[in-house]
Design a protein around this ligand. Sequence first.
Ligand code: ASN
Length: 482
Amino acid sequence: MKKKILACLLILFPIFSLGIAKADTVKSKYIIASDSSFAPFVFQNSSNQYTGIDMDLIKAIAKDQGFEIEITNPGFDAAISAVQAGQADGIIAGMSVTDARKETFDFSESYYTANTILGVKESSTIASYGDLKDKTVGVKNGTASQTFLTENQSKYGYKIKTFSDGSSMYDSLNTGAIDAVMDDEPVLKYSISQGQKLKTPIPGTPIGETAFAVKKGTNPELIQMFNNGLANLKANGEFQKILDKYLASGATTTSTSTVDETTIWGLLQNNYKQLLSGLGITLALALISFAIAIVIGIIFGMFSVSPYKSLRLISEIFVDVIRGIPLMILAAFIFWGIPNFIESITGQQSPINDFVAGTIALSLNAAAYIAEIVRGGIQAVPVGQMEASRSLGISYGKTMRKIILPQATKLMLPNFVNQFVIALKDTTIVSAIGLVELFQTGKIIIARNYQSFKMYAILAIFYLVIITLLTRLAKRLEKRIR
Ligand code: ASN
């Protein structure tokens, strides 16, 4: 009898514990960051939607556990930074559980096991790690494959080239810019099954289990919900269905499109909505940041010609500091650095929106150059004019407004137009923080269809047309002002 009761308890315990472990959502919505091109885990399909094992899995788990999610796809390295900076609550991106990562992340139960493996072109003669001497191997920044390559570099004597996303890495392999890539085995195998002319000459090396992660010590309920949801999906067969959907032969492909994406026309037809939305972001970024930059730039420009030494000094420091920092670093600092710093002092996550961060970085950057344009313009007006006006008893402010600035403005105008064109082109740089403006949009499309030549040509023409139109418009305005 006793034995029977004990057996019953043993059977019932796991069932109860599953029920008891149900965690409650704390946030109204969880932001989940992911890779941008890591098929079959995450990739864009031909209708420009992100799909893949990870996307289906996290959505199914959220539904099963009743929590809301918003998914962003900035790329693996950026997704990692986003979670560490508190921009996102969790990351699902075919992420390998490594000892080093356990120091900064809390992981869920594993849902896959992957190796890292070397990929080369079908025609390549590389057949062992030994053949890699003096060759260049590409890898995605921040990945477990990168750690593997770095650890074995001195042994095999290859060079490592890091990429921010899979699509540019595979593009470089296809064009021969690099000799091999190191990536997760299912990913390489999947791209081969999709018709990429690649091969994997060496067996893969285990890099660990694949799991969902949150920043260490944060969102414990999210991990709990993920685990509970995963267990439920495994039990009801839905998890296997998701795997089969992408891994079984004849599975969903990246290119189920009916439109032929190998022609420029086909590319435009299938992606024009996405391209236009990217263009919208690019224009908004350029226009808003330039408007802000003009205000800040004029203030600092006026400071730089002020009779007060302290104001001149402030302006000089501003221009030197901002001009001395590359725009990409400035954007990364604002987007990832500052929130991370604030969190380390206050313990509060304080993410900043990527568009806002990009706008601030672009505004500060352009403001430094505009301040110099303003200083140059004012100093180009002969000093005699200021002296003459002042000796007639007219105040500094009035002389500036009525005599110096009208002449200086005419001198500055062409430089302003120039600076605006630069600002518009600089928007491509802030795509590094995962902002999906025009350039990033193009890269995402290429990640799906590998049409880099035609797609970059389309992007170049987009920028060319927009910049030409805007400069024409600016020239007209300039004439009117004159
Ligand atoms: N398996 C890779 C890693 O964990 C993830 C990725 O490249 N998306 O580093």
